[in-house]
Write a protein that binds this ligand. Structure first.
Ligand SMILES: C[S@@+](CC[C@H](N)C(=O)[O-])C[C@H]1O[C@@H](n2cnc3c(N)ncnc32)[C@H](O)[C@@H]1O
Length: 304
């Protein structure tokens, strides 16, 4: 993967100190890497990365903030946040501006440069933007996080890597894991992990034979894998339970900014299991979601 060296980008290492220098630096980034494609950030001096109108991602950013606040009920200044596949950095920057310590990981230089620029323009000393593959983030090197944000990245990974990725996230997550993702509405392909079956479909990311350069130009796509694996809702829920999240929810409020049947926000909370006095037989935690909407959760189910 070509890597970005901030000292070679023609960008000023320090802070832009007035509107003119901020606009000049923004323009230098656009000239070199193209315009901002999806994250509209409000920078100092009334400068926006994209324009004065909010975009869908602005609503998503507010949603993640609200979720973290409601689930964790802690001041943002006490939180450590991991933003995976951070793109142009909107969510990472938002959490850092709220006072959290944030590690944002992004594979593409063109996105990373924009996230770094926003962090610098806003003097966010607690924001670290790192170029890397999200598959390589791990607890041994990177520690644990109160908030693990996995927005728009899960459905760009293939199996079996996606299973190891989710296991890594579980190991790093001490508070809440927010997974905003596309899901498969059909159970077409079976993927096995640790003796269990999970279902979903394959999604083509890059045309067969695409060069590395062509892949990098698809700004929101996978880095290397030509195909990704999309879990069904049921299988993703089962997997998150299997990985040790004791509560897994889908978020209705705050509302999504766009209603699509195949897009959702999972909110997974690691915890220890409550034991009911009246737990009889195998118990609640052994039940699994079936792939068919007509079936009841059961001990077998296609995810078993
Ligand atoms: C669909 S965009 C989502 C951006 C942002 N998280 C959001 O939700 O708006 C996917 C991002 O993940 C990055 N990405 C894809 N695969 C990656 C990988 N294996 N490691 C690091 N970044 C990756 C892409 O470069 C892109 O910026």
């Amino acid at each position: 993967m070509p890597t970005h060296n901030p000292s070679q980008g023609g960008l000023t290492p320090g802070l832009p100190t007035d509107r003119t220098s901020l606009l000049a630096e923004r323009q230098a980034i656009i000239d070199q890497h193209g315009p901002w494609a999806s994250h509209n950030l409000a920078l100092p001096y009334g400068v926006f990365t994209m324009g004065e109108q909010p975009r869908g991602d602005n609503f998503r950013s507010s949603k993640f903030l609200q979720l973290a606040r409601d689930v964790l009920r802690k001041p943002f200044t006490e939180l450590r946040v991991l933003d995976l596949g951070c793109g142009e950095g909107l969510y990472a920057v938002e959490f850092a501006q709220q006072g959290a310590s944030v590690l944002a990981v992004e594979g593409r230089t063109v996105n990373l440069v924009k996230a770094e620029f926003a962090g610098r323009a806003l003097s966010l000393s607690r924001l670290e933007v790192r170029q890397g593959d999200v598959l390589e983030v791990n607890r041994e090197r990177d520690g644990v996080f109160d908030v693990v944000l996995c927005s728009g990245i899960l459905y760009h990974l293939d199996q079996p890597e996606v299973f190891h990725f989710l296991r890594n996230l579980r190991a790093m997550c001490t508070g809440v894991c927010i997974i905003d993702t596309r899901v498969s509405l059909t159970s077409e392909v079976e993927a096995e992990y640790e003796g269990r079956s999970y279902w979903g479909k394959l999604y083509r990311e890059h045309a067969p034979g695409s060069s590395e350069e062509e892949k990098l130009q698809q700004l929101g796509a996978s880095l290397n894998n030509d195909v990704s694996f999309w879990f069904t809702r049921a299988s993703l829920a089962n997997l998150l339970g299997d990985l040790g999240y004791s509560t897994v929810m889908e978020c209705w409020i705050p509302t999504p900014y766009t209603i699509r049947a195949d897009r959702t926000t999972f909110v997974a909370v690691p915890g220890s299991r409550a034991r009911a006095f009246h737990e009889i037989g195998s118990g609640l935690h052994e039940l699994r979601w079936p792939e068919s909407e007509d079936a009841e959760p059961g001990l077998g189910g296609s995810g078993s």
